[in-house]
Design a protein around this ligand. Structure first.
Ligand code: SF4
Length: 439
């Protein structure tokens, strides 16, 4: 029997929780390791300016080029310069949130170039024009049968294919596309200041293959990705793997320090260091902690709100608890202030975060700023007031299910339901059920 949307999302995220719980056995003292990671990320943020200059110097010594992008438009302009001037036809990209942040796919489309996804989940999503639903598991919202349906409709892969057959099929397609691409664009897991290197982690091996076959490798990395040394990876990579997928270690970890010196790899390599509001976040002592994020996605997988509303409700590449904090700050509190009110302060995200980001405190800080600056519109305030008065009225709470649905539909603007179906109202109120039980 097919699962409902919520059952599927809950099932998939619960698989992560089990794997993550098992991965804790990797450490004698996982709390101590988290503390180390917290201090390391904190130190990196406080010394960011020096570390970035060190990275730039060493990377350029290795033959690479470093470009500094003030915002997403700047980064787009730089990519356009590299790709359009050289009359590149095809480009591959990796699964990276920062590439979504700068709107890479639209940029490539506008310039009439071919863009190939080299991540298996994103390959499926591209066929149906969807964006990732989760930072680590982009197609977590699709069941095996739905994915088979997509592959059948778009590529004529037979119905009833096994997971292995589907993966092998996509792998074959991606390999063929990678061979055609002249440019490979990736994010970066970390930037290493001591060697001028870019650390990349993946489980599929396609990033490494894409970079090896392309002539140009472009890395787009947020400035917060810089860490002091290669040695620090011994703390961050295992923690990131355990919290992202529950593995001891991500399957393939590579460090690339510049263009190829023996012809086995890209002839040119660029690193675009993206600011896009990050230095503003650094100024606020509380909010600054959000930049420690290593985008493992653990907080997303355990968040009860995400499990109910899904990834599209955030309308941002940054999803889940950390998305609720970062999206309003990066894209404007005036447009995204409502995300700050999603949180119930249950604290699961803060408990699991490998770099100990106190996400619940950051949410409160955002709410403080919103309240202080009186951000938000009168319509939203009216909606909340109206909801409160409904909840206070026993008659309204006990009215029939169809009437409740109608009333809520009138209260909530249609635009709130463009991303998903309005959930069903409970047939009976808690009060009604309690009375029945008593009787
Ligand atoms: S906030 Fe923490 S748990 Fe969430 S994605 Fe970032 S590092 Fe992972």
């Amino acid at each position: 029997m097919l699962m409902s949307y919520n059952e599927l999302l809950n099932y998939n995220t619960s698989c992560f929780e089990k794997r993550f719980a098992n991965s804790k056995d990797n450490y004698k003292n996982s709390e101590l390791e988290r503390q180390r990671a917290y201090q390391l990320r904190n130190k990196s943020l406080l010394n960011m300016e020096k570390l970035l200059v060190d990275f730039e110097t060493r990377f350029q010594d290795n033959g690479g080029t470093v470009l500094w992008a003030r915002d997403a438009e700047d980064a787009q302009e730089m990519i356009r310069d590299i790709v359009v001037k050289r009359e590149i036809r095809a480009i591959t990209r990796s699964n990276s949130i920062v590439l979504d942040e700068i709107g890479l796919n639209d940029l490539i489309k506008e310039n009439n170039k071919l863009l190939f996804e080299n991540n298996i989940s994103r390959y499926v999503l591209k066929a149906i024009g969807q964006v990732p639903y989760h930072p680590m598991y982009p197609a977590i919202n699709l069941s095996k049968e739905e994915i088979n349906g997509v592959l059948n409709e778009h590529y004529k892969l037979k119905f009833g294919s096994t997971t292995k057959q589907m993966v092998n099929f996509i792998r074959h397609q991606i390999t063929q596309e990678m061979a055609k691409a002249q440019v490979c664009i990736t994010g970066a897991n970390f930037l290493l200041a001591d060697v001028g290197g870019v650390a990349l982690s993946e489980n599929e091996g396609n990033i490494l293959k894409s970079c090896a076959s392309a002539k140009i490798h472009i890395v787009v990395a947020g400035i917060e990705k810089v860490i002091p040394s290669m040695e620090d990876l011994s703390i961050l990579l295992p923690l990131s793997s355990a919290h992202a997928t529950g593995h001891h270690m991500t399957a393939i970890n590579s460090i690339t320090c510049g263009p190829s010196i023996n012809g086995n790899g890209p002839e040119q390599m660029y690193v675009i260091l993206l600011n896009n509001g990050r230095t503003d976040l650094l100024e606020n002592e509380v909010i600054r902690k959000s930049l420690s994020c290593i985008h493992c996605g653990a907080c997303v997988s355990v968040c009860p709100i995400y499990k109910n509303i899904g990834g599209y409700a955030y309308n941002s590449p940054y999803i889940g608890p950390i998305g609720s904090v970062m999206a309003p700050l990066m894209y404007g509190l005036d447009k995204y202030y409502q995300l700050a009110y999603l949180c119930t302060q249950c604290g699961r995200c803060t408990e699991v975060c490998p770099v100990k980001i106190p996400i619940v405190d950051l949410v409160i800080e955002n709410r403080r700023i919103i309240a202080e600056e009186r951000i938000g519109n009168a319509k939203f305030e009216a909606l909340v007031r109206s909801m409160i008065s409904h909840c206070k009225s026993r008659k309204k709470m006990d009215c029939p299910q169809w009437l409740k649905k109608l009333e809520v539909k009138q209260l909530v603007s249609k635009s709130n339901f463009t991303m998903r179906e309005m959930p069903e109202m409970a047939p009976k109120s808690f009060n009604q059920m309690a009375k029945e039980t008593e009787n």
